[in-house]
Design a protein around this ligand. Structure first.
Ligand SMILES: Cc1ncc(COP(=O)(O)O)c(C=O)c1O
Length: 385
């Protein structure tokens, strides 16, 4: 029998994928994985057909095509308030996940420690662990989405080399304020930490909350790799296109890592996604409005059913506390909801280091189209009546 490497021996299917697999098996409604099933706008689809018809089919430079890096740099300047040289400080990647992997391979060594706010996006922790990087968690309160900077200071040891900031955050829905970021920037500067920001939900914020890119603040700029992508904003999770910006010596090394791991991001789709930059502001406003309506509808239904949901400030996930309902723990809750209402959710433990801390939560995602969300809410109401 072939032996499995030490590195991958303990790898298991993520709670998120697990929820999708089980949901597909029974033909349920998937409020587990963050997938939006609304079609991509026509102009981008046409652009993809054109790219293929025009034979844009060869390897691209490992850092991505220059036109796309230029478009990303322009958007970084206008939307994120980050200046980046498209020639040297932007890399196009295989999804923002590809950017995250290239960043951690470039920045950290086995045995290093990296701080994550908990609850965290499971892929962040698992990718770090896969590279033998230890995760230290700092609690984010699910009551009011605040954290204590003292907890961040306490989590730092001589081995700590970085911190990941996900804003707007999956799964908590936290949108970090400029003041909170400034405090984190000062801590990162004092301890010479690298900062990786995951801003994949940057266009999905709710009234009262504004997305601030950490690297737009001078204290972060020299030590921050800003990551984002096209999956969520344009409903193209399967296209696998993302990007990163940061200091030139890190970005160029990330491109070399990318070259070795998968050579380059998908060439025709890099050309195709250029059309996304021509969309009017109304595209983003409409998207925000739609998610706002869905957020309120799902939050209200969860409250009606006896859950205590954390109201998200951004992104499209809700951590829902089910202590007042008759479930044994998070896994049984998710299983029971799937069996009885055909609605998939993710057990809370997927987002915590210690399963116990997640055992009274499920995560509910409202990215699917309004019709499916409404149907899912109806099915939950019937099952929990
Ligand atoms: C916080 C966060 N980062 C990254 C991703 C994946 O992004 P991509 O499709 O660009 O790899 C997700 C998907 O759910 C996510 O929630």
């Amino acid at each position: 029998m072939l032996k499995i490497s030490e590195k991958t021996q303990h790898l298991k299917q993520s709670g998120i994928r697990n929820a999708s697999t089980r949901c597909n098996e029974i033909g349920g409604i998937n409020l587990g994985q963050g997938v939006c099933d609304i079609p991509i706008v026509k102009s981008i689809k046409q652009s993809a057909c054109d790219a293929i018809n025009n034979d844009k089919s060869l390897y691209s430079p490992c850092e991505g095509i220059l036109e796309l890096r230029q478009a990303v740099a322009k958007k970084l300047k206008s939307y994120n308030k980050i200046s980046a040289d498209p020639a040297t400080e932007v890399v196009i990647t295989h999804g923002s996940t590809g950017a995250f992997i290239c960043a951690i391979m470039t920045l950290f060594n086995p045995g290093d420690e990296v701080i994550l706010f908990e609850p965290f996006y499971g892929y962040h922790k698992n990718i770090l662990n896969l590279h033998n990087i230890q995760v230290k968690s700092v609690p984010m309160s699910l009551d009011d989405l605040t954290f204590d900077p003292e907890d961040v200071r306490k989590a730092i040891t001589p081995k700590t080399k970085g911190i990941v900031i996900c804003t707007p955050c999956n799964p908590s829905g936290k949108v970090f304020t400029q003041q909170e970021l400034q405090t984190l920037g000062e801590i990162a500067e004092k301890h010479d930490l690298a900062v990786i920001t995951d801003e994949i939900y940057e266009y999905i914020t709710y009234p009262g909350y504004t997305h601030v890119s950490p690297a737009s603040l001078p204290i972060f700029k020299p030590r921050t790799i800003t990551i984002s992508g096209f999956s969520k904003t344009y409903n193209m999770t399967g296209w696998r296109l993302g990007y990163a910006t940061g200091p030139q010596h890190i970005i160029s090394k990330m491109a070399l890592v990318q070259d070795l791991v998968y050579v380059c991001p998908n060439t025709p789709l890099q050309h195709a996604v250029l059309a996304a930059f021509d969309l009017p502001d109304s595209y983003f406003e409409e998207m925000k409005k739609t998610y706002h309506v869905k957020r309120d509808s799902v939050v209200n239904t969860l409250i009606e059913l006896g859950f205590k949901p954390t109201v998200p400030q951004g992104a499209y996930y809700i951590m829902a506390d089910f202590s007042k309902l008759k479930f044994k723990d998070d896994e049984q809750a998710a299983q029971s909801l799937l069996e009885n209402s055909k609605v998939a959710t993710v057990p809370g433990r997927s987002f915590f280091i210690d399963a116990k801390r997640g055992e009274k939560y499920i995560r509910v995602c409202y990215a699917l189209n309004e019709q499916k969300i409404n149907l899912a809410m109806q099915q939950l109401k019937v099952a929990l009546a």
